[in-house]
Write a protein of this length. Structure first.
Length: 309
């Protein structure tokens, strides 16, 4: 296993599956893992707000026998009060791991390069890898063989979309991404996914047509139209993204048993209607639950002294 968990692109297919398999074991028999990280302490750095990430990392550490320290945006003021490198070089003297949610992706990369202890990416403007691992665990549980599935992502080509692309590439999932013009995923991530997916049977389609994207899909995924840090674009984006709302009519064009997925928080009436997110097809709270199990697996693989688990 790697020293850090920054992007799914860095994982081998073996490591990608190892995380999913261990997460499944931890979910089935949490008691077996109660002392896995006994005495270990995780520092959690947040530049942005969070419900799921904060609670699941903290609960995860406690359930593994360790502890977590929450560092709020105002506490350390990464990059203004102190450089990420200096923060890393302090934290490594006191704690056993760092989890970071930042604006610039380069900050998480800098923390990982500077620290001798593991660093976990808990969302940057570019990527949200823990979310994608939880999403693929959810897909696997609900639908089985990931290589046989068609996943449709409808909305903004953002951090969540990028990490889903990289996960789909490892898993061999057929992914169709429908965005408005000008909101496509980044070229660099498309290239990484294409390269990673060479061996797995992964296929990626990019379109501006949401109805075409969801046709025959096993799961339909969306995310907010304005991510954290883009609040000032909210009104302009609401107009541009309106045709990309996941509503009953759009879901009707996917397979009848298609899942609805969302990383949450959701803005009901914007990217998704209440009718869809509250429907039996919706697995959004299973995704949220699985954040806990996959992150416990990631933390165990990175922070446990005995590297084989
Ligand atoms: N999905 C997710 O990361 O949620 P939070 O922003 O609440 O952590
Ligand atoms: N794309 C969203 C995800 C939130 C979990 C954001 O970055 O705000």
């Amino acid at each position: 296993m790697l020293k850090d968990f920054i992007t799914i692109h860095d994982l081998t297919t073996y490591e990608f599956n190892e995380i999913l398999d261990l997460a499944q074991k931890i979910k089935e028999k949490p008691d077996k893992f109660r002392t896995y990280l006994q005495g270990k302490i995780l520092a959690m750095i947040f530049q942005k707000p969070s419900l799921r990430t904060r609670v699941t990392f903290e609960v995860g550490m406690l359930q593994l026998g360790g502890e977590a320290i929450y560092l709020a945006p105002t506490d350390i003021q990464l990059g203004t009060r102190e450089t990420p490198t200096d923060v890393a070089k302090n934290l490594e003297r006191w704690v056993d791991g760092i989890m970071a949610r930042t604006f610039a992706h380069s900050i998480v990369v800098e923390l990982a390069e500077a620290a001798r202890i593991p660093v976990v990416n808990a969302l940057t403007d570019l990527l949200h890898p823990c979310q994608a691992m939880a999403d693929f665990l959810t897909l696997k549980e609900k639908k089985g063989d990931l290589a046989q599935l068609k996943l449709a992502y409808v909305g903004d080509g953002n951090n969540v979309c990028h990490s889903l692309m990289l996960a789909a590439a490892k898993a061999g999932t057929h992914l169709v991404v429908a965005t408005p013009e000008g909101y496509e995923p980044q070229e660099a991530i498309i290239n990484q996914a294409q390269a990673d997916g060479q061996a797995s049977g992964f296929t990626l389609e990019l379109t501006h047509d949401p109805a075409a994207a969801v046709k025959e899909a096993d799961a339909v995924y969306t995310d907010v139209w304005a991510s954290m840090g883009q609040e000032h674009e909210k009104e302009q984006r609401a107009k541009i993204f309106a045709p990309y709302q996941v509503n009953k009519e759009l879901m009707a064009q996917a397979k009848p048993e298609a899942l609805f997925m969302h990383c949450l928080p959701a803005h009901r009436g914007e990217e998704v209607t209440s009718e869809v997110i509250d429907s039996p097809q919706s697995v959004v709270f299973d995704q949220a639950e699985n954040r806990l199990h996959v992150q416990k697996a990631i933390l165990s693989l990175l922070m446990r002294q005995e590297k084989s688990v």
